[in-house]
Ligand binder design. Structure first.
Ligand code: NJP
Length: 244
């Protein structure tokens, strides 16, 4: 039986590229808030002979993430891989005190990842197999003015991933944990930046380093899934060769 893979944030960018790359060999459940985009990606996958379903999900709402897991289990009977990919990056300087954006980043990037783990882990522990993949960022290792809260959420994702890895290893749960740390990727995430000057600054940086295609991150995800079961590809950092 083909592995069942749940992907959050599958309506664009890295999530969508991953869905399309995995579609041939896996059964997919795609999640995000934009139903129209999910619907068209699922249609495209089905036309190419792949198997995918979608469920509209706001990952900042635990009940919706639990409902996503239930949907995957009801549809396919099991969850083999859960990819916490949904994320936002409304970068801004601290002095602007964009409290709503701080809250939103914490809700989506940190809580959304925790809720995903919480929803996927019990079934994986029961069947003694599974894989959690968290999409963090190379900003889980460094911080710059303007990216403080975003970095904080990705440092948290890194800590959550490593702590979870140690816990499931100690419990002999046979669950693999992978954290992926991309540099600049050519997606729409820049549109979550509300500050005009900040957005221009990030756009300039993106052009200067030559952002990598989201398919590169999708390939890292595929490699992590396809590593033999007794080995976790735990931490993957990938960047454009021109990103210093
Ligand atoms: O961004 P984008 P990426 N509930 O904007 C979804 C990390 N990363 O592919 O809900 C559920 O194309 C949103 O869907 P929708 C980044 O931090 C990126 O670049 O319909 N879903 C969309 O599908 C993030 O963790 C770069 O609006 C929610 C998806 O998230 C991951 O890569 C660099 C949601 C975002 O797609 C994917 O981002 C790096 C919610 N509440 C790390 N809110 C980079 N691009 O440079 C948003 O180091 N989504």
């Amino acid at each position: 039986m083909k592995k069942v893979v749940v992907i959050t944030g599958a309506s664009s960018g890295i999530g969508e590229a991953s869905a399309k790359m995995l579609a041939k060999d896996y059964q997919l459940v795609l999640a995000a808030r934009s139903e129209a985009k999910l619907e068209s990606t699922v249609e495209e996958i089905k036309k190419l002979g792949g198997e995918a379903q979608y469920k509209v999900t706001d990952v900042s709402q635990n009940d919706q993430v639990e409902a996503l897991a239930k949907f995957a289990l009801d549809t396919y009977g099991q969850i083999d891989v859960w990819i916490n990919n949904a994320g936002i990056m409304p970068q801004a300087w601290m002095k602007e005190k964009k409290v709503k954006e701080w809250d939103a980043m914490i809700d989506v990037n940190i809580k959304g990842t925790l809720y995903g783990i919480g929803a996927a882990l019990p079934g994986m522990r029961e069947k003694k197999s599974g894989q959690i993949i968290n999409i963090a960022s190379d900003l889980a290792f460094s911080v710059h003015p303007g990216g403080v809260v975003y970095s904080a959420t990705k440092y948290a994702t890194r800590a959550i991933s490593e702590g979870l890895r140690q816990e499931v290893a100690a419990d002999r749960d046979n669950i693999r944990v992978t954290a992926i740390y991309p540099g600049v990727v050519d997606t729409n995430i820049i549109n979550t930046i509300s500050d005009v000057a900040m957005k221009q600054q990030v756009e300039k940086f993106k052009e200067a380093v030559g952002a990598i295609a989201p398919e590169r991150v999708a390939l890292a995800i595929k490699n992590a899934i396809e590593m033999p079961e007794d080995t976790g590809l735990n931490d993957i950092v990938l960047r454009s060769i021109n990103q210093a």
